[in-house]
Design a protein around this ligand. Structure first.
Ligand SMILES: [Fe+2]
Ligand SMILES: [Fe+2]
Length: 352
């Protein structure tokens, strides 16, 4: 996330809510109306407008922006509600650095804005986005076949592991997480966040290449058993009752069985998929194993998984901040490996 504020000016806050959420991956995003008092505001790193620029209030707003000394170096991205030549020319006259049509997806707006803020970053962002999209497509396919016939082809996942590790080392964890989070919520989003955290963690503690690849591979598929959990349960708002929670917990064994039936999963992957909800004190599931019976790979993955779940926004809960999530992990002494929690905290510091 960049330091500084991205100002989103909208004449319809409800329409702009998804865009505001996506822009929070770029910087601190403030959603304001066209009557904003620019001279009373701090300097922004970028301004995005979601306005009908033919309206007098919108024109007043942008003319007011142009009087600010900082506006000269501040990119202005306009979402065009009319895409006629005349409307686009008008946006240029009002100072737009670039225009996008009103139907552009929020993640396209984010990418365009990042390119405006720092053009040199543009190609790196595109590489990371391509990698995320490829991994997302592989996971979508994986979940679809796991759900319909209980078997998966892991080759598509294997081809994503090296590009993902490269995207992480070249682009950094923040960029990876922002790219993933800028996309709409999808089945694979959590898996890609866990995989990114696992890659960062493995690199930070000096895992050899082969071990890093194994951990990332396991992270990508760790929740594949959810493909066989009823959709209304996965999407349920509010907490699950005891019977529903019991069904949800079966995803660990279901995932293990899917991978075992499919072939091509190494023992570490099978172990991770089956045991990523086990706790060192034996209070986890599905087997209630404890202590040394839980491998280091599983201990690593469990920490990444819990942290990802805590920092994700779900339909039933807001996202926790990284500090809040680390606080929860540190409070789980005796259940998860606290030595690894410290290393994990250092690995993801300032990035997640
Ligand atoms: Fe899980
Ligand atoms: Fe998970």
């Amino acid at each position: 996330m960049l330091p500084g504020v991205v100002v989103l000016v909208s004449d319809q806050p409800n329409r702009s809510a998804a865009l505001a959420e996506a822009l929070r991956g770029v910087g601190r995003c403030e959603l304001v109306g066209p009557d904003v008092n620019w001279s009373a505001r701090e300097t922004a790193i970028a301004v995005v407008t979601d306005l009908d620029l033919t309206r007098p209030a919108a024109m007043q707003c942008l003319l007011g922006l142009r009087t600010q000394p900082w506006a000269e170096t501040c990119p202005l991205l306009c979402i065009a509600h009319r895409t006629s030549d005349k409307a686009l020319r008008q946006a240029q006259v009002l100072g737009a650095s670039a225009c996008l049509p009103y139907y552009a997806e929020p993640h396209i707006v984010v990418t365009a804005l990042l390119n405006l803020i720092n053009p040199d970053e543009g190609s790196l962002n595109a590489t990371v986005r391509q990698c995320a999209e490829r991994a997302g497509a592989a996971l979508t396919g994986l979940f679809a076949t796991a759900g319909t016939n209980g078997r998966v082809d892991l080759q598509a996942i294997d081809t994503c592991v090296d590009p993902l590790l490269l995207a992480l080392s070249d682009g950094g964890l923040s960029r990876w997480l922002n790219t993933i989070r800028a996309h709409d919520n999808a089945t694979y989003q959590h898996s890609l966040v866990v995989a990114g955290l696992a890659a960062q963690f493995a690199t930070h503690i000096g895992f050899p290449e082969a071990q890093r690849q194994r951990l990332v591979r396991a992270a990508l598929v760790h929740d594949v058993g959810k493909a066989r959990i009823p959709r209304d349960l996965l999407l349920k708002r509010g907490s699950l009752d005891a019977a529903e929670a019991a069904i949800m917990r079966t995803h660990a064994i279901l995932g293990y069985e899917i991978l075992r039936a499919s072939g091509g999963a190494d023992p570490a992957m099978l172990d991770a998929v089956r045991h990523h909800h086990e706790m060192l004190d034996g209070s986890g599931y599905p087997d209630g194993i404890s202590g040394d019976a839980i491998s280091d790979v599983v201990r690593f993955l469990t920490i990444c998984d819990i942290y990802a779940a805590l920092t994700e926004r779900r339909s039933y809960k807001p996202a926790m901040t990284p500090d809040e999530a680390m606080g929860i992990l540190q409070g789980m002494q005796g259940r998860i490996e606290t030595r690894f929690v410290q290393a994990f905290g250092k690995a993801v510091a300032r990035a997640a």
